[in-house]
Design a protein around this ligand. Structure first.
Ligand SMILES: Nc1ncnc2c1ncn2[C@@H]1O[C@H](COP(=O)(O)OP(=O)(O)OP(=O)(O)O)[C@@H](O)[C@H]1O
Ligand SMILES: [Mg+2]
Length: 200
């Protein structure tokens, strides 16, 4: 258990580990159902350390800034950040209409919900038209499925820290717009192929 001093809630205590990514671990918070806290890992691999040092010094703060600047048309797809500091980020845990917690796309396997894929398509089109290069959003761990009813499912992105060439400094073609466009399209195709119950 870790104790962290937050601005909004004062001292909070971490609970169960909910998930882990390359840079951050995510924990529930004692007595605060529906919220979680992401903490930057202290043990990172060398590659991740370099990446964090050069490109993600302030991952949580960058993500928070991005949330506040995301265009209104697509903002509902992004999970709100409540508070961010260098070492932690407070955020919500998306819930389904029945009160249960939403799950990552990955744990759904193939998704055969038309409304969900329409939303994903809207999101992809918006990214492309507005040159928002959030490649990592089209990923089974970073996108959750929130069920607003039995039939209305929608994507909720819980990790959107990476933008543009910063994410992949070793792929030189991403310095160019055509390269980023190509990468976004490839990611989208791969994502559909992996998780859509309709496209195969
Ligand atoms: N808001 C949330 N609600 C529920 N689970 C979450 C939430 N945020 C993160 N998680 C869980 O914690 C994991 C790690 O969080 P996150 O993806 O933000 O970490 P990261 O290290 O930045 O990721 P990456 O490996 O993509 O760089 C997620 O894959 C997810 O399982
Ligand atoms: Mg992630």
């Amino acid at each position: 258990m870790q104790t962290i001093l937050t601005k909004k809630y004062g001292l909070i205590h971490t609970g169960k580990k909910i998930g882990g990514g390359n840079l951050r671990d995510c924990y529930s918070i004692a007595n605060k159902p529906g919220l979680c806290i992401k903490i930057v890992k202290s043990e990172l691999s060398l590659a991740r350390k370099l990446q964090a040092f050069f490109f993600h010094k302030n991952t949580n703060i960058e993500e928070y800034r991005l949330y506040t600047t995301i265009p209104e048309q697509i903002r509902p797809y992004f999970n709100p950040v409540i508070e961010a500091e260098k070492a932690y980020m407070l955020t919500e845990m998306p819930r389904n209409y029945d009160g249960s917690y939403a799950l990552p796309v990955k744990s759904h396997g193939k998704i055969s919900n038309q409304v969900f894929w329409q939303h994903v398509n809207n999101l992809f089109n918006f990214f492309e038209e507005n040159e928002l290069w959030l490649f990592d959003v089209l990923n089974g761990n970073n996108m959750f499925v929130r069920k607003d009813s039995d039939t209305d499912w929608r994507p909720v992105i819980i990790d959107y820290k990476r933008i543009g060439w910063k994410a992949f400094p070793w792929q030189v073609y991403l310095a160019f717009k055509w390269g980023r466009k190509k990468k976004l399209r490839r990611r989208y195709r791969k994502f559909q192929k992996k998780y859509s119950g309709f496209f195969l």
